[in-house]
Design a protein around this ligand. Structure first.
Ligand code: FAS
Ligand code: PHB
Length: 395
């Protein structure tokens, strides 16, 4: 079998890249090790930058997010039991974010790919990549014990943090990593969100809490937990009680609780692998970088990688130019590091760190007090939250 671009991974990165390339007339095959249901079963991101929403429209799958997404013009910061709105839209001359679950994005992209009859190999075992340092890359994989080989011009490693692509070039990579001394317990419930028009970020002496949503009838909440906690230690009652203790009294009173339909614990880490290109192999999304979810940047960074990479492939095939390909890693990493900084900063500001004690809490409260009273600092938060322009910083 042969194609122009072999895409490893059918998460949002791989599916979005596949759709954009298809729209540009570039053949591509996606090879995924899990089943479609398994991929859809992962509960992850919930807040989209406008760049991601625009890309979904460019990919021809923007209809549902336009109809069902909830536009947010602000966020709420809670500290010392008081709530402070940040007018994100006012501080960014009209920019917004949209609440729409990653699961729905994946579903929309999977449906579009299936409708277009594009080749997607699910439940592929023992995927391996070859020849990408030369002119004839290929991908090998097994289906029901039968080995297959896919020849291609390029390989896009969209296979996430635990994928095979970065592992294959491990010796040629410089890694930068910070593991945070805590995790998040996430809970999904079919109850109306306590704050349907703004994500709530709460700093409290007991730890961080976050109130988000998936729709006007489905809510997504998180509480910071010790790094070695197991989800079995978090009953629904314990979760709701702890979340209430981290919010301001009015919000704690207003929250509607209900049985969890999903509950899981995620570790928090910052991670970047440099470079993101190895000959004819390109890494995109979580395969190349991870951010703590505090800043809602992981999925949005995957979107900007895919925008840069799809544009580069289109230039290669349509304009016979490799400028975009040669510039991809440097361009993507510049944006990655800006998001890494913002996510690290917001995580450091909002979470309880075991080793900084009472002094650390007081410094965080002082910084939050300054932030909510300083237009300059609020604007800095707002412009990073909505996402800096794709060409930010380019002279
Ligand atoms: P993914 O990991 O989503 O997809 C990679 C795909 O590759 C998977 O389907 C996997 O099965 C497949 N794969 C792996 N190895 C393979 C192999 N050897 N062969 C073939 N296929 C292989 N981001 C935000 O922006 N906002 C948030 O609020 C947010 N919350 C999050 C909460 C949690 C708990 C987690 C874990 C992440 C969160 N993220 C958030 C980040 C998350 O959304 C990722 O950025 C996003 O899934 C990245 O998408 P992909 O790069 O496609 O990687
Ligand atoms: C979510 O809705 O899952 C979410 C929202 C904002 C964040 C992190 C997660 O910063």
């Amino acid at each position: 079998m042969r194609t122009q671009v072999a895409i490893i991974g059918a998460g949002p990165s791989g599916l979005l890249l596949g759709q954009l390339l298809h729209k540009a007339g570039i053949d591509n095959v996606i090879i995924e090790r899990q089943s479609p249901d398994y991929v859809l079963g992962r509960i992850r991101a919930g807040i989209l930058e406008q760049i991601m929403v625009d890309l979904l429209h460019e990919a021809g799958v923007g209809e549902r997010v336009a109809k069902e997404g909830t536009v947010h013009h602000s966020i709420e910061l809670v500290y010392k039991n008081t709530r402070h709105p940040i007018d994100v839209t006012g501080l960014t001359n009209g920019k917004v974010v949209t609440a729409y679950g990653q699961t729905e994005i994946t579903r929309d992209l999977m449906d579009a790919r299936q409708a277009a009859g594009l080749p997607t190999v699910y439940e592929a075992a023992n995927v391996s990549i070859h020849g990408f340092d030369g002119a004839k890359p290929s991908v090998r994989y097994e289906i029901d014990g039968q080995t297959h080989e896919l020849a291609c011009d390029f390989i896009a490693g969209c296979d996430g943090f635990h994928g095979v692509c970065r592992a294959t070039v491990q010796d040629s990579i410089t890694e930068y990593e910070k593991v945070y001394p805590f995790g998040w317990v996430g809970l999904l419930a079919d109850v109306p969100p306590v704050s349907p028009h703004a994500v709530v970020y709460a700093n409290s002496e007991r730890g961080f809490g976050l109130c988000s949503m998936r729709s006007l009838t489905r809510s997504r909440y998180y509480v910071q937990c010790p790094i070695d906690d197991k989800v079995e230690q978090w009953s629904d009652d314990r979760f709701w009680d702890e979340l209430r203790r981290r919010l301001d009294p009015a919000m704690a009173e207003a929250i509607v609780t209900g049985p969890s339909i999903e509950k899981s614990i995620a570790p928090l880490r910052s991670f970047v692998a440099e470079p993101m290109r190895f000959g004819r192999l390109f890494l995109a999304g979580d395969a190349a970088h991870i951010v703590p979810p505090t800043g809602a940047k992981g999925l949005n960074l995957a979107a900007s990688d895919v925008k840069y990479l799809s544009t580069a492939f289109i230039e290669h095939y349509a304009e016979k130019s490799d400028a975009g390909i040669d510039h991809y890693s440097q361009r993507a990493l510049a944006r990655v590091w800006r998001a890494e900084r913002f996510s690290w900063w917001l995580t450091s500001l909002m979470h309880r760190f075991p080793d900084t004690g009472g002094f650390g809490q007081k410094v965080q409260e002082a910084e939050l007090e300054y932030l909510v009273n300083s237009e300059a600092m609020s604007r800095s938060l707002a412009e990073n939250y909505v996402g800096l322009p794709l060409d930010f910083g380019q002279r």
